[in-house]
Design a protein around this ligand. Sequence first.
Ligand SMILES: O=P(O)(O)O[C@@H]1C[C@H](O)[C@@H](CO)O1
Ligand SMILES: Nc1nc2[nH]cnc2c(=O)[nH]1
Length: 275
Amino acid sequence: MEDVLTKRNAAVKKIEGLIEKTPKTGLILGSGLGELADEIQHPVTIDYTDIPHFPESTVEGHAGKLVIGELHGETVVAMRGRFHYYEGYSMQEVTFPVRVMKGLGVENVIITNACGGMNENFQAGDLMIVDDHLNMTGENPLIGPNEKELGARFPDMSQAYTPAFLSLAKAKASKLGINIQQGVYAGITGPSYMTPAELIMLRKLGADTVGMSTVPEVIVANHMQMNVLGISCITDMAIGEELEPLSHEQVVEVAAQTKPTFIKLVKEIVASLEK
Ligand SMILES: O=P(O)(O)O[C@@H]1C[C@H](O)[C@@H](CO)O1
Ligand SMILES: Nc1nc2[nH]cnc2c(=O)[nH]1
């Protein structure tokens, strides 16, 4: 069984053979948010199927392509389509792209998602900067042998969401006149949405939003001491006491509606990250 480092190096070698400039910032684009990749100039687009050891995206709203190019003149690598534990991939497979980004030289990763809002001050269509998370999956992508070249056996998570990026994102949102929320993201496995009682439980535990991704990637990014910015698009209100039926189509649709604001904010942030 090949170790992660060997698999990562094979993927990195393939990608580096197709690009000129290596990226410093990585973007993981959640459901309905993939079109930010269309803003990347002089793109090199690589199907996940052409990257050694990459899984394939199976979820509607996730294209399954890696896009490397320039955003505001800075070289970025964007995942147009991410992997989810509920697709049946292991936590190691779900987070393998983050390993590859680090192997390409990426130090800053912007991890985005569509999620449900549980904080009653939020509304559908809001963007939220993630300042912390609750790992409610019962899983951890670091379980198993630790490869010390990748990171520590017991990584610190005291600042899992880089404080300087939190401040930067809020400052850029304010400059752009974007009303941004801030809060805690509860990561569940899915694919079923939460019941009313489960949403009330999560809210009591301190979560402001709930979603089915992001947490595994953030853990692995911290394992490799990458800087992390989390941005959530709140696609629906998940209030247990007044829960309405929800579909993935609604999630993708509302996330897509926030696209102009989301793209404007992320581009502005990326321009400030690289230096
Ligand atoms: O990749 P993300 O977290 O944005 O995808 C959202 C959350 C679930 O995967 C799915 C639920 O509709 O969309
Ligand atoms: N309520 C709810 N909304 C979402 N939007 C995207 N993911 C989710 C989720 O897990 N729950």
